[in-house]
Ligand binder design. Structure first.
Ligand SMILES: Nc1ncnc2c1ncn2[C@@H]1O[C@H](COP(=O)(O)OP(=O)(O)OP(=O)(O)O)[C@@H](O)[C@H]1O
Ligand SMILES: O=P(O)(O)O[C@@H]1O[C@H]([C@H](O)CO)[C@@H](O)[C@H](O)[C@@H]1O
Length: 157
């Protein structure tokens, strides 16, 4: 499903936030089964600015990225869970393999990923920096991943 309507609405919202001097933080991911690592990194990402936008992979994008057995939770449910977090201002889905198109549409002030990524390898880092923005990596919370959660569930299954 094309998400151009959501992208255009998000772009207009960013324009309004910018006009009122807000610092726009952006991150992205699959967020299939939420865990404390996600919560910690999203909270810290939000604290870097005034609003936090989360680019969210749609289901087919996750299937291509993480295998046919994923996602466990469909896009709509993942969107509901993320939107309920105090740290998250706006959730915007994307269908592509990477969020590059969405990042180029929004051009956030700070692009954020968790500590499992190197700043220079983050999709969109070049475009955000070229636009005067920055890239930030949030310390990884050891012992937490969706993959580990799935394995635990399979073990007790
Ligand atoms: N333990 C963690 N601590 C901090 N950030 C994390 C942690 N796990 C994932 N993240 C961050 O959360 C975002 C979403 O990652 P993702 O949904 O792939 O989580 P995951 O637990 O790694 O999932 P999977 O095990 O399926 O790969 C990414 O920006 C990633 O860097
Ligand atoms: O949840 P993940 O696997 O951390 O999210 C992926 O992040 C990729 C990242 O932005 C690469 O720098 C992205 O390309 C991919 O679509 C997932 O969002």
């Amino acid at each position: 499903m094309n998400h151009s309507t959501e992208w255009e609405a998000a772009r207009r919202q960013v324009e309004q936030w910018r006009e009122s001097g807000k610092k726009i933080i952006f991150t992205n991911g699959c967020f299939d089964l939420l865990h404390p690592g996600h919560i910690d990194y999203l909270t810290k990402a939000r604290a870097l600015g005034d609003v936090l936008i989360v680019g969210l992979n749609d289901d087919d994008s996750i299937r291509r990225l993480k295998g046919q057995s994923r996602p466990i939770t469909p896009l709509q449910d993942r969107q509901v869970m993320l939107s309920a977090l105090k740290s998250v201002t706006l959730v915007v889905p994307f269908e592509e393999d990477t969020p590059l198109g969405l990042i180029k549409t929004l051009l956030p002030d700070i692009l954020v990923k968790g500590g499992d990524y190197e700043p220079d390898n983050i999709v969109g880092a070049v475009e955000v920096r070229e636009n005067g923005g920055h890239v930030s990596v949030i310390t990884f919370v050891d012992g937490h991943s969706t993959t580990a959660l799935i394995k635990r569930i399979q073990e007790i299954g």
